[in-house]
Design a protein around this ligand. Sequence first.
Ligand code: ZN
Length: 116
Amino acid sequence: MLRVQNFIPTQQVPTCAWCGKDITASGRGRPRKYCSQACRQRAYEQRNNVSGTAIPANAVILTPDRAEELRDSLFELRCAAEDVATAVSEGESPGEVSALCGELVELARKIEKLRS
Ligand SMILES: [Zn+2]
């Protein structure tokens, strides 16, 4: 049997406004915006550095290398999605499809961390 419960969309977990990592719930109080003091500091520095320019204070600024890496990762993600589609259309076993879906989810999770 395909264990579909693994692939029920997970609830949107709050993520760091700087690096995109999941933020573990801190319980009471205002939800945190950053996962760490370091991320808070980097966001603060960027706000200062771009003030007076046309760059939005909260812009996600990527180096060309990092942007290239992300593009590569997205290509990998598309290939993984195509693998799932192919497996389903070829009638692969639920276990096989399930494993491919697991890889797909894992890849997507990595890509969510934009700046890390
Ligand atoms: Zn962070």
